[in-house]
Structures are given as C-alpha cells and as structure tokens.
Design a protein around this ligand. Structure first.
Ligand code: ATP
Ligand code: MG
Ligand code: MG
Ligand code: MG
Length: 486
C-alpha cells in the first residue's frame, strides 16, 4: 500500500541504497558491549566508534531504520507519551550516514529530494534550521544555509538560525560534535495548543504544537577537547535521523502518530478487548495510547532479551508493563491482556523485525507472567498509596516523600513512574530524588551492588574517560585548535 508505514520505511532505505548506501540492519535495543548507555536511543549508537575512529566499516555510506528507546537518561520522553501525538518510548529512527564521504551538499539535496519529490510534500509547509552560535564562538553554519537556499522551490524565508540547544550536537562533554540542521513541518494553525495564551506566536522550536520536527541532519566536523576548545576533525561525517511514525502520520494525512497504520491497529485491539464504543474510546484516549505505546515497547524489549526485573534495563521493562497494566485497569481490563496486544504488534512489525516472530512465545509468556505478578499486589499497593495521598492532602502537602514511595515499590511492586502517574492525577507529586536515594540505600544494605538506577542514565563520565584517553593518544586528529576564547 502506498504510504503504509512499511512502504515508507522501505522507500527511505531504497532511496539511499540507490545513492550508494549500504543497508545496515537495526542493532538491538541493548547497545552491544556498551556499558555507558541503557538503551539504543538513536541511529548513530551502533556507529559511535566509527565517528571516534576506533572502528572501521567496509562501507562509507550507510542507511537503516533503527529501533530506539527513549525512557532513560538524557532522552527521557516518558512523560510526553500518551499526552502528545509525537513522542513514544519505543520508535523507529530512519537514518543515512556518511563516514568521511559526502557532506552537507549531498545530505541536504537528498533530504529535500526525498521529502518533496519522491514523497511529494508541499514545499511551503517545510522549514529548516541552521546553527548560529549565540556566544559567537563557533562559526555559523553558512554552508548548510547556502545549500538549503539552492534547493528547488525552497523559500529563503523558511531558513532559520538557532543556537546551541537546538542546532549543535555533541556526543558527550568532549569528543565528536558539530552543527545540525533540522527540517520541521508546519501542521497548520489549528495544531497550535496555545491559542488562548495572550501574545502567543507560533514558531519553529517554539512552545506550541504547530511546527513539528521531522528530520535532524547532523554534520560532525569538530572534536571537542574542553568546554572552550574545538578542533576540526580530519574526516567529516553525516548522521541523520527521522522518526518513522512522524513522517508516516504526515504522509497518511492524519493528525497523530497513533492514527497511522503503525499504531492504530493496537488501539483497535484494545477497543476490541474492552468492548468500548467509539465515544468511550475517545474519552479514554490517554490510556489507549499508553497501552499501545508500552505494549509495543515491551514486545520489542523482550525480543531483544530484556525481560522484567528489578534493576536497570530490566526495571524499565517491568515498569512499562506495570504502567500499561494499570492503565488497562483504568479502562476495565483487570485480567492479563498484553499478550493479545503483543500479537498485533507482531503482525504489524514481524516482517521488518523477524526477531519478534522468532520470540513470540517468550514475549507472550513474559508479559502474562509479569501481569499476574503485578495483579497479586497491585490492589493493596494502590490502596496504600491512596491512604498516603489522602494523608498528604489532609496536611496540605503536595509531595509524597521518597521513603514511602520506595516502600510502595519494595512491598507492593508499584514502580516510581506509576506512583507518579497516580499522584499527578490527584494534583500531587513524588520526591523522585528521595525515591532513588532510598532505593540505593536498600541496595547497599541488601548487597545487591550499585548498577544503573531505576531510571538508568547515560554514563557521561565513562564516555569522557574513553575520549580523554583517545585524545591523549592522538587518535582523534591534529591539535589544530580552531577557537580558544580564553
Ligand atoms: P523532539 O524535539 O521532537 O523531542 P528530538 O530533537 O529529541 O525530537 P532527535 O534526537 O533530533 O529528536 O531525533 C531525530 C528524530 O527522531 C526527530 O527529529 C524525530 O522525528 C524523531 N524522534 C525523536 N524522539 C522521538 C520519540 N520519543 N518518539 C518518536 N519519534 C521521535
Ligand atoms: Mg526530544
Ligand atoms: Mg528537537
Ligand atoms: Mg532534534
């Protein structure tokens, strides 16, 4: 079917294969041999060592669709999931790469050609951003802006400049980095959710939902030695990423990722299980979306060997299953049901990701077992939580302390994120730092050792030491420092 999610994924790959790129399959959600990162959160993760110069590949151009998870560390989108139309815990990132081969000219021309000619997007709806340093220290990316201006039908008023937060990419506090250029689409004034705010103006990278980021093109051209020193890299690279669900929604002309054929069959399945009318489904849209998102994520996680557990990645798997199960309870699904939703996930994704089909039984068993475990204690846990929240309200307080929250996890299996959901529904919140401290203390006492915290995190310190070592050994290129303001 033209513009099905599967068609779009394949046509992205074909477009770049026709332009000399090698198709590289998605790496697993668990980064291989990488202790620094909880989950693969971008297409570049499996190529990180190529940028660092410590790995070589038999190709200089690559294309793929990468399985990503953003529920931990620097990229944690969990709180947006279900509440907006465009952020998921698990999603697919389409990407093309140049390792010291082509650069801005080709990357920009191909992105424009694919979006506007192959896929036929209206050029007037597209906006692009380029890097301009607000501190005036790093050169403005004129090269990207000039290339954008040359594209057929490009409106030069749609080329904008932004600073470090939006348009400068860094792997860590030191190491490969460079300006990026992003493509945004104007969804139309009706998508603005701040119309009632006096003085609001819709802007690219602004605070309303009118403009949606589609595709990020990163141009890796510097090596950062310190907060104030950059040197040019001997080889320059291109690293791009576009969310498959977002481009699919645009090309299918629907207003939400959840309305695409990549996700809507999951919501349909939930509706079938609840027996809801369309009105009832609409009235419960957040639970429907969270269940669709989390069951897809858990299915992919288990297929990659991440089963529910207490620490690190396994905690995340447990947390999303329990969170989906609680949202299920809210809409009347009291018995285990996630294996049924997983069946639909496998139908949608099995062809592109055969590991799902191969591990179907393991996926179903792990989901159901975890739901049964949770069901044993959830009732007690939720009523204990209610008591705590009523107590807070009676005292006119707003924050549930970390000790009590951790006790709810340790005794009744309520993950922090789920406690937070319930508290927030009552206009209250949880002391997350306190929860983590209590958990760490418990772990030290119980001798379980220090691992990734329950929320995980990217261990920037480890990246830094690897990079410093490489720099000491001169493995990252000449010492031609291009700026040093001090
Ligand atoms: P946003 O600003 O919308 O949160 P981002 O700047 O964090 O996106 P990048 O790190 O630039 O995203 O990733 C490249 C692309 O991946 C984005 O342009 C977007 O299309 C897609 N993407 C990012 N995060 C998500 C997510 N949580 N769910 C679905 N797609 C995503
Ligand atoms: Mg983001
Ligand atoms: Mg962004
Ligand atoms: Mg971005």
């Amino acid at each position: 079917k033209r513009f099905s999610g599967a068609y779009i994924r394949q046509s992205f790959i074909d477009f770049f294969v026709e332009r000399g790129h090698t198709f590289v399959p998605s790496s697993p959600l668990v980064p291989g041999g990488d202790q620094t990162l909880l989950f693969t959160n971008a297409g570049m993760v499996q190529f990180k060592d190529v940028f660092l110069g410590t790995d070589q590949r038999p190709y200089r151009r690559a294309v793929n669709s990468q399985k990503c998870m953003r529920v931990a560390g620097k990229h944690n989108d969990l709180e947006d999931v279900g509440r907006d139309d465009t952020h998921h815990t698990f999603f697919e990132m389409l990407g093309n790469w140049s390792f010291g081969d082509y650069y801005k000219k080709e990357a920009i021309a191909w992105a424009w050609e694919l979006l506007t000619e192959v896929w036929g997007l209206d050029k007037n709806r597209l906006w692009v951003t380029c890097f301009k340093d607000e501190y005036g220290e790093i050169p403005t990316d004129e090269e990207a802006a000039e290339n954008w201006a040359k594209q057929p039908g490009m409106d030069s008023n749609h080329i904008l400049f932004f600073g470090r937060k939006d348009n400068f990419w860094e792997m860590a506090e030191t190491g490969p980095c460079g300006p990026c250029s992003e493509i945004h689409i104007d969804l139309g004034p009706e998508f603005c959710d701040k119309r009632d705010v006096p003085g609001h103006v819709c802007r690219v990278n602004g605070d309303c939902k009118r403009f949606l980021e589609l595709w990020n093109l990163v141009f890796i051209q510097y090596n950062r030695l310190s907060p104030t020193r950059l040197e040019p890299l001997p080889a320059r690279h291109v690293d791009t990423g576009m969310g498959l669900e977002r481009i699919t929604a645009i090309l299918q002309g629907v207003s939400s990722n959840y309305a695409t054929d990549l996700l809507s069959p999951l919501l349909d399945k939930v509706q079938q299980l609840t027996g809801h009318t369309l009105e009832e489904r609409k009235a419960n849209i957040t639970p429907y979306r969270v269940i669709a998102d989390h069951s897809r994520a858990a299915t992919f996680l288990i297929a990659d060997g991440v089963v529910p557990g207490n620490v690190g990645r396994n905690y995340v798997c447990r947390m999303i299953i329990r969170r989906a199960a609680r949202f299920g309870r809210k809409i009347g699904l009291m018995d285990p049901f996630l294996a049924n939703v997983a069946d639909t996930v496998i139908e949608i994704y099995g062809e592109a990701y055969p590991e799902l089909v191969k591990n179907k039984d393991v996926i179903r068993e792990n989901l159901t077992r975890e739901e049964i475990r949770f069901r044993r204690t959830v009732e007690q846990g939720l009523s204990q939580l209610d008591v705590y929240l009523e107590d807070l309200k009676a005292r006119g307080e707003k924050i549930l302390d970390g000790e009590r929250a951790f006790d709810l996890y340790a005794t009744h299996g309520l993950p922090l994120e789920l406690i937070r959901d319930v508290a927030q529904e009552e206009g209250l919140d949880v002391d997350q730092e306190g929860f983590l401290r209590a958990m760490e203390a418990h772990r030290t006492i119980s001798g379980a050792g220090k691992a990734f915290g329950p929320l995980g995190g990217e261990r920037v310190d480890i990246y830094r030491s690897i990079l410093e070592d490489l720099q000491r050994r001169g493995a990252l290129g000449p010492e031609g420092v291009i700026y040093d303001p001090y």
